[in-house]
Design a protein. Sequence first.
Length: 140
Amino acid sequence: MGKYTKADVIEEAHKLAEKMANVEEIDRFKQLEAKLNDNNKIQSSIKKIKALQKQAVNFQAYGKHEALKKVEAEIDRLQAEIDEIPVVQEFKESQVVINDLLQLVTNTLAREITNEVIRSTGGDILAGETGSSKNNHHCS
């Protein structure tokens, strides 16, 4: 196996990102996001929530606890209303699927890098020891 530069690795990461951006799960996410953005009811509720969040920050800053409670309750109500919309539920499920996919790729990369370091140093993958670590145990 040849030597690679940091730039080579970054280039391969870009290629992997491009491939991942076109997997079925990401396409589904993009479709759902477009539906959310086109849904006037959802967009209106999101705008209301953002405005209420600004009010909440002000009420908190000025110690207006009763007003803050009312605003927070309204934010919760609007959020629950949005969460009941099927496309929102699908979108959130899609986010979980994508996060799981990203976690899988990240964990696979980390594991394979570790295994390659172990292999390249003549270590023991099953024991999780590099060659230098293995050799140091025998010298003691």
